[in-house]
Design a protein around this ligand. Sequence first.
Ligand code: ZN
Length: 299
Amino acid sequence: MMRFNVSLVRRILQRALLFFVIAPTPLLAQAPLGVKWEELTAADFANAIQQSEGTCILPIGILEKHGPHLPLGTDLINVRYVSVSAARQEYAVVFPEYYFGQIFEAKHEPGTIAYSAKMQMELLQETTDEMARNGCKKIVIANGHGGNENLLPYFAQTQLASPHDYVVYIMPLPEHLDQPGRPSVKDPADMHAGETETSHVMVSRPDLVHMDRAKDESGADQKRLNLPDTLYTAIWWYARFPNHYSGEGAAATKELGEFDMKEWTNELVTALRAVKADSESLKLQNEFFEKARHPLETK
Ligand SMILES: [Zn+2]
């Protein structure tokens, strides 16, 4: 049996206390910086910009119906999940929740917030201008919503209208998820709140998936227009999917969700690395803006 040595115990406790009193400063200083803009202190934000080499992500989603079973914020929830995971692997600062994209095609459904085209563009411009003023000289707009896929490249094109001291990069919705090993997707329509997207939310926010309601409405293609593929008209989506639901949410699986979210995250990590290594875009932009001031002298 060991003898209980009171003075020895007291000495150990005193040393432990001394350690905790002295140690916190260096320990806290080494804690990794968070990636979410809104969770950083002002001083930590300045360090974060330095650590990210001025690389920031603006995840953009929308507020719109997602079938009968998914939340209105699905697109932003998913793209923020991917952005935060990617930024933790390749450090970048992630802008707060941004829902202000293009969604006129769902104005007939409850809960849709559809800002005017002018507002969408002005808010994006002021947001990226303000991000850049705070040191984000490389801004990756990561898209989570199909209805933004035309808006965002157009926004990027308009950055050449006048000089900017920062570069906007667009990361579209992932197109190459279909890698070897991906669980097969049963439904070919599957464009909105269907098998794939429901699987993604099963990973990003499983508590918000109401699987028991996934069959309450039809997500089948109603093919109500008879036009060649070469023609575009805005009502095409409503013509095919009037319930703002395309595919079969009930077919979703967590396995598919896990595969896709990992792949999507990897794509963004690759993009972040490429953006950090890119020293040409800003140089070429500056050269372009300089020439654009006196085009007659351009040879
Ligand atoms: Zn969606």
